[in-house]
Structure formats: structure tokens, C-alpha cells
Write a protein that binds this ligand. Sequence first.
Ligand code: 16G
Length: 260
Amino acid sequence: MAQPENFFGDSPVALPATGPLYLRLRRWIEDAIKRGAINPGDALPSERDLAIRADVSRVTVRKAVQQLVQDGVLVQRHGSGTFVAPQPPRVEQSLSQLTSFTEDMARRGMAVRAEWLDRGLYVPSPDETVILGLGAGEQVARIARLRLSADIPLAIERASLAASVLPDPAAVGDSLYKYLERFGVRPVRAIQRIRAANIAEADASLLQVSPGSAGLHIERISYLATGRVIEFTRSIYRGDTYDFVAELRLGDIGSGAGKP
Ligand code: 16G
């Protein structure tokens, strides 16, 4: 990984004037990242170099770095050092088209990958029974995936489908929608609810963000043309990666606008 050439520049390191030393160093490192003296993926200079150049103790450096790691600004890799955290791509997703994650990313030329967190047949929860319209004794197929692009985790998706639709959850390959298409049950309509959420600790660690950071909780209920519910998916998306975009048109209520 690249070592930044001009991280320190030619002039001596001038820490911000006020506050505890480690916080001043922390702010200085953050500013260096903002002004592009060091880029996402670059290695941070060693603790020793930082201590000498900033004229602070190594304990102070360690404290500043630890805080930045906790906040997801820096990442530490065992044995290889400390790096500026990779910057997730910002993705725009239209709210008027029923596309799959794989298709969304392919359209942008972005590589996708999924890590399986769970897949299997379960006794359904009351929510799943009602939403999927399951019969008495019918099982639910659950698939939970961490979705990544260029090795950056973007979202966790937990999908539930009737076991009659997905009898073998292990048979889903890279794309759930491709699988459903193969069996003629790809949804044609969906209702999606989006709300703000603070990402809880376990999900935060999977998404490589700090616990409590901003996320989007998304619930999608998808239907076949017949009106049958096919998919009930709850997802948590990183707030720093997604823009959901909706096109709005003047409707009936507004049609009188501009008239006297
Ligand atoms: C999208 C959907 C998700 C669906 C998945 C299928 C949102 C918020 N969620 O990510 O409900 O299950 O696509 O993608 O848009 P796949 O075909 O790549 O598995």
C-alpha cells in the first residue's frame, strides 16, 4: 500500500492551538485527509514518525490514532499497519424502479460480492406469517447477506420468502432476483419503507462503521402480478453510501397551483 509522499509537507507540523494534545493531533490528521495529503487506502506514517514530526509522545499518537480507528476514519490491519479507511462509493438508487442489488451495481460498472450470514428454513415469526401469507405449519426461507462492492460493505439484507417459493435457500447464487426469475416468480411491484436508524453494534462491525453511526433501515415487500407477496426483506444500508432518489410529478392536489 502506498506511503504518502507529502503527508507532512515541507513545513513543520503545526497542530491546532487549543485542546488536549491528542485531540489536536487527531484534528491535524483529519485535516490532512480532508486536504488530500493522504488518500483512502494509504498507509499512515508510523507511530514513531508521527511522534517525531508532531513533537508529541508516542502515547499521544496512539491515543489520537485509536480514536480515529474507533470512528472509522482509520483502519488497522493486523501486522501491516494503519491505513486511511477506504471511501465507500456514493450510490444513487432510483425509487421508481424495481431492480436488484446486483443489477444496480452492474449498471454502474461496480463489482459486487455477497457474504452469507445465514440461509435456511425456519419456523416463521408472526410478522413473516402475516406478510408472506403463510399457511399453517409452512416454513419460511431466510437468507441474510452482507453486500459488498469492491470489498467495501454497503448493506446487510435479510430476506424472508415462503418455503414453497424458495425450498432450498442454499440454491440461491449471486442474485436472489435472478433465482426467482428462473422460476417465474420474480416480483413486478414492491412497497419500500425507508427510515433513519443508528446502526447497532453487531451490524456496525459487519459494515465496518462505528456503532451508532447513521444508517437507513429499509423494508421491501415485493409482489407478483397476481398480488401475491413474494419477498419480505429488511435491510440496513450505510448512511454514507446511499442516496435514494425519487422523481416527483405534479399531482391532482397540486393541479390548481398557480391559478387565481
Ligand atoms: C435489493 C433489494 C432487496 C432485494 C435485492 C435482490 C433494496 C433496498 N433491496 O437490494 O429487497 O432482495 O435487491 O438483489 O433495494 P439480488 O438479486 O442481487 O440478490
